[in-house]
Design a protein around this ligand. Structure first.
Ligand code: ATP
Length: 286
């Protein structure tokens, strides 16, 4: 049973207590909508994510969580609404620009990446590599080499953190499911995100690795000030490891607050009772 008494070190009850220079939450989402033909997948979603928090996004199947993630990160164009990252409007901006501004999501290791060594996977994730442009290799060889050296150092440091150093020269395709998840997280960190978005990070990995992943999230928050927003179905993880929980149902945000409060919210219980077990039953997967 997850404990409700766990302290939330960096999280604050008020989302506007962040230290990001603009005095507001790191992410401010207002009235976002997204329709697919006749389906209103996201319907006026409004919420905030406090800087330095570990915030979970939950909801029954089909609630619109993944669609919202895709709209926030620019992979789907939203229909209407406002999304501000550290005070800056990013709604309908392209994914690469949003990523450059610090909001980054993890990606599955694709077939192409699986056919490359782990260290190359990491190097490819480094942003703005001067070596990517032939012109830079010819005209700015020193800067190119320096940037590559820095990226390699960063890659090695991250692989060490995730205990993947011994696999640096292995093909990513030979990694176990859990090791791939860690590599996905390590790749995302190459861009030094301020807000890291994870879609079901615990899916398909064993409990030991899941626990390590959660430890890494806590550590990245403490050591690098990374904020996390993650979609998760495992209620034990949500209730025991997040500072705040945002609940979606039928495209709308129906509740948000600390886990202990949200699990007692009648609207949340009703939303889950429509299909599956309520979130008060820690450990259940709705
Ligand atoms: P789950 O927990 O099952 O992953 P979810 O909360 O992430 O669900 P979404 O996948 O965002 O929910 O789906 C919300 C609604 O939008 C569903 O009715 C779904 O069928 C629909 N939907 C999602 N993506 C598309 C798409 N590309 N085209 C058409 N409809 C879509």
């Amino acid at each position: 049973m997850a404990s409700e008494a766990r302290p939330a070190p960096a999280a604050t009850e008020r989302a506007d207590a962040g230290s990001n220079g603009h005095g507001g939450p790191i992410l401010d989402v207002e009235n976002v909508t997204k329709r697919f033909g006749g389906i209103q997948a996201v319907d006026g979603a409004t919420f905030e994510v406090a800087e330095g928090s570990i915030t979970a996004l939950i909801g029954p199947n089909g609630a619109g969580k993944t669609t919202l993630f895709n709209v926030l990160t620019g992979f789907y164009p939203g229909d209407r609404g406002s999304v501000r990252l550290q005070g800056r409007q990013i709604f309908r901006q392209p994914p690469h620009r949003i990523a450059r501004l610090g909001m980054v999501r993890t990606f599955q290791i694709t077939k192409a990446l699986a056919a490359m060594p782990v260290i190359d996977n990491m190097m490819l994730a480094a942003p703005n590599q001067p070596g990517e442009k032939l012109r830079n290799v010819v005209l700015r060889p020193v800067a190119t080499r320096r940037r590559e050296r820095e990226a390699r150092e960063q890659a090695i440091e991250l692989l060490e953190m995730f205990d993947l150093t011994r696999l640096a020269d292995s093909y990513a395709g030979t990694l176990s499911g859990g090791q791939r998840k860690l590599l996905e997280l390590a790749r995302a960190l190459m861009t030094e995100p301020r807000l890291l978005m994870l879609d079901e990070p615990m899916a398909g990995i064993n409990p030991t690795l899941g626990a390590r992943l959660l430890e890494f999230m806590q550590r990245l928050r403490a050591e690098r000030g990374v904020t996390f927003l993650f979609v998760e179905h495992d209620m034990e993880v949500v209730m025991g490891h997040s500072d705040r929980v945002i609940v979606m149902a039928e495209g709308r945000v129906i509740a948000s607050g600390p886990p202990g409060e949200v699990r007692r919210d009648q609207r949340v219980i009703d939303a889950y009772l429509g299909g599956s077990a309520p979130p008060s039953e820690a450990g259940s997967s709705p």
